[in-house]
Design a protein around this ligand. Structure first.
Ligand SMILES: *[C@@H]1O[C@H](CO)[C@@H](O)[C@H](O)[C@H]1NC(C)=O
Ligand SMILES: *[C@@H]1O[C@H](CO)[C@@H](O)[C@H](O)[C@H]1NC(C)=O
Length: 377
């Protein structure tokens, strides 16, 4: 731990202004005074100084930063208890690379946006309708990796080149009232694979009040447990998904609560997909109070046949889906869509409870297989 006094000059020369949170108190440096000293707010206006000095400030204000092309605004390995505040407009230069544009890790971290702030990925420079399947190499927007006992709140992020937020290795992470707006990518269908939240290998991820406009999954849980998504709205994308599960290092999903969300103008509403011939598990999942409107493919789709990102039509049993509750999922979907489609392997879907499921307006599927008792197709 380096003390503030040693750092003041370096910080100032690096383009940061430094404001003590409280006036220096005792003449003798007691433990309390040292804490106060560390309780400093640093405001950065360029990415390099922010990344360089990130462990010298307890509050970091990222003010109107234009991040140079091909670099990450690196907020990884923050000191325990650090608060990071986005202020003004954060923007990013153009380059074909993998990203991420922003990266955070640490314990007891708070990441939030000041009133009127915006984080603009300038995605239109990369959008070519091909997402991560080809065309330009596109940087991922935001890595929330290895965040423990932390909170991300009130962020306004728009124009992600490809996926928005990757949550991985998180433990007790709250994501509150975040807006991801990629609606500009709907023009000529240029935005693609712009998943809002990809969650993997995490325990305790609580996403509430998200407002998402994108062109792929609003939520995609690949692995992890104790994950909730509540009070959200999703528009333009592929719905609230678990999967694909299987074929990764970590292939178990459990204790998921998806409650009180609205999904509109999307391909799917509720979706669970597991990988063909893979192993893993999906257990104790609840979808409750989900309102659907203008859904173009499936109201509810659960299938155990995915391979290389596409359905094969042949389900396998290696990733069982058990203890699934679908309750009060309702809405009228487009007439060309299918209300409910369930494709399970023999015996690999069990202990399902369906209550007040009312998806109407679309077609009835004739291709459902091995539908467990309780559910209907
Ligand atoms: C099932 O998941 C819920 C969260 O949705 C959790 O509260 C509950 O304890 C889990 N049940 C079991 C048996 O683990
Ligand atoms: C329905 O959703 C599609 C996207 O799936 C969108 O293009 C269309 O404009 C929406 N229709 C209405 C009436 O909102």
């Amino acid at each position: 731990m380096v003390h503030l006094s040693l750092f003041t000059a370096a910080l100032l020369s690096a383009g940061a202004s430094l404001v003590a949170a409280a006036p220096a108190a005792a003449p003798v440096p007691t433990a309390a005074a040292k804490l106060e000293e560390r309780g400093s707010t640093c405001t950065f206006t360029n990415a390099a100084s922010a990344s360089k000095s990130k462990t010298s400030c307890s509050t970091i204000v990222l003010s109107n930063i234009a991040v140079p092309s091909g670099t990450t605004l690196d907020m990884t390995k923050l000191n325990k208890g650090t608060t990071v505040i986005f202020e003004g407009t954060t923007s990013f230069g153009y380059k074909e690379w993998e990203g991420p544009l922003l990266s955070f890790s640490g314990t007891d971290i708070t990441i939030k946006g000041a009133s009127g702030h915006g984080i603009d990925g300038n995605g239109a420079k990369w959008w070519d309708g091909e997402g991560s399947n080809g065309g330009k190499t596109k940087p991922k927007m935001f890595y929330a990796h290895s965040l423990t006992d932390s909170t991300i709140e009130n962020l306004n992020v728009k124009n992600s080149p490809v996926q928005f937020m990757s949550i991985n290795g998180a433990e007790n992470l709250k994501v509150i009232d975040v807006t991801f707006d990629n609606s500009d990518g709907d023009t000529d269908e240029l935005g693609h694979n712009t998943d809002a939240f990809d969650v993997g290998s995490s325990t305790g991820v609580y996403i509430s009040g998200a407002n998402v406009k994108n062109q792929d999954d609003c939520l995609a849980i690949n692995s992890g447990s104790d994950i909730s998504f509540t009070g959200g709205t999703c528009s333009g994308g592929h719905g609230l998904s678990i999967g694909s599960v299987g074929g990764r290092d970590d292939n178990d999903v459990s204790n998921v609560y998806i409650y009180n969300n609205k999904i509109s103008n999307s391909q799917n509403g509720v979706r669970i997909k597991t990988v063909y011939d893979a192993t893993g598990s999906v257990s104790n999942v609840t979808y409750k109070d989900i309102t659907l409107s203008n859904i173009s493919k499936y109201g509810i789709v659960i299938e155990q046949d995915y391979e290389n990102g596409s359905p094969t039509g042949t389900p396998t049993t290696g990733v069982p889906i058990t203890d699934l509750t679908v309750s009060a999922v309702s809405g009228s979907i487009s007439s060309s869509a299918t209300d409910v489609y369930i494709l399970c392997g023999k015996g690999s879907c069990s202990d399902w409870t369906w209550k007040s499921v009312s998806v109407t307006g679309g077609k009835t599927s004739s291709k459902c297989e091995n539908v467990p008792s309780g559910a209907s197709c």
